[in-house]
Design a protein around this ligand. Sequence first.
Ligand code: HEM
Ligand SMILES: N#Cc1ccc(NC(=O)NCc2cnc3scc(C#CC4CC4)n23)cc1
Length: 399
Amino acid sequence: MALLMNPLSNLETYNISEDLGFILEDPLEELPDPYQPWIRLAKNLPSLIDDQQLRDEVKKLPELSICHLQGHKELRLAHLALGCITMGYVWEGGDKDVTQVLPRIIAVPFCEISKKLGLPPIMVYADCVLANWKKKDPSGPMTYDNMETLFAFPGGDCSKGFFLVSLLVERAAASAVKVIPDIFDAIINKNCNVLKEGLRTVSSSLREAEQTFHLVHEYVDPIDFFKILRIYLSGWKGNSLLPEGLKYEGVWNNPRKFSGGSAAQSSIIQCFDALLGIQHGSVHENSSAQFLQEMRDYMPPSHKAFLEAVASGPSVREFILSSKDADLKKIYDECVRALVDLRNYHLKVVAKYIIIPSSQLKNNANRKEVKEDEEKGTGGTDLMSFLKSVRDTTKKACL
Ligand code: HEM
Ligand SMILES: N#Cc1ccc(NC(=O)NCc2cnc3scc(C#CC4CC4)n23)cc1
């Protein structure tokens, strides 16, 4: 039977790497000379923030047109650098001195670059995880010891650990992305053996991703994460510290609300949900599904398009439900269980890095009441119930 056109046959068209999945391959580290002031500020965020100098330095930036930025990788580096500077600018004073206005000198170029990339004018996962890395020895392996982030936040090596461990988990799971076109071809051609092969690769890459996740305990300190880093990931939607949002001076007359960085902006996990036919409730009544759907607007548009292509492709779940092949059902369940185990492990990590430090700090005599939205995700969601509901709907997908 002639191979029917498989919409996913060329991952390149979705800016997806055969080897690294949604990770930006070989991110640029430098921009053309005129933009050096942006790179210099972004490279010195930790010390500028610790010295409370960042806001003053931002105001001294030269007015720059974005016309000298050429190509996707320069735009991604510029969005990453300006995204880091924006988070540092807004949260430099912690929750005691929050600024409501982003100065035009940075707001105007940041919004123009965001528009060209189809990203929101706030730091997103595709910035500080997917594009924020380099190898120390370019000919060496992609291992933690041979890698470095391009930009960091205050809190010592906490942001490096958090961003690079997430990147390595993405890389482990990426080996499953490249078999998705083969899985769709197998369904179109009713080839059970090729389908089984593809699903075995999916479950083994998810198992490898969970193993990689363990690195978080070695490279991220819970107190540094909870007390310092998470502040800089916070957004201005559903945040009582910026109830109207942030005013982007010179761009919009009214303040705008954008959600803080979230791994719900990671395409890789949402891609497995789409492939396995796991619905996290309907976007009409279920807030978890709404949040996951909304976070797709914080992904590079080509990655969002890939998720939609996977979700609208031939249904793996329906094909297997209608199949008599018990082996096929078993392999499908192994994929679902691997995703459940990954989400369960993630919940344990969230307890260690958020729930426990939060209660420890709450118990400190001199600590003010925890703000009502501190227990919420950077996206303003009630994080534990969100994560548990996503894990539970994944579990329900078992055959
Ligand atoms: C210190 C380590 C971590 C903490 C404290 C943490 C915390 C959280 C929190 C609070 C959320 C809820 C939504 C949000 O606010 O973003 C979340 C979502 C998520 N996190 Fe993490 N996370 C950590 C590490 C990781 C790593 C290494 C990965 C792997 C890529 C990951 C993948 C996800 C995903 C995919 C979601 C969206 C919900 C889902 O699809 O299950 N997280 N995380
Ligand atoms: N209190 C408290 C509280 C603390 C943290 C959060 N949320 C949070 O850190 N989300 C980001 C996240 C979750 N998982 C992963 S892997 C890689 C990233 C990332 C990133 C960059 C920011 C784009 N993430 C919510 C509430």
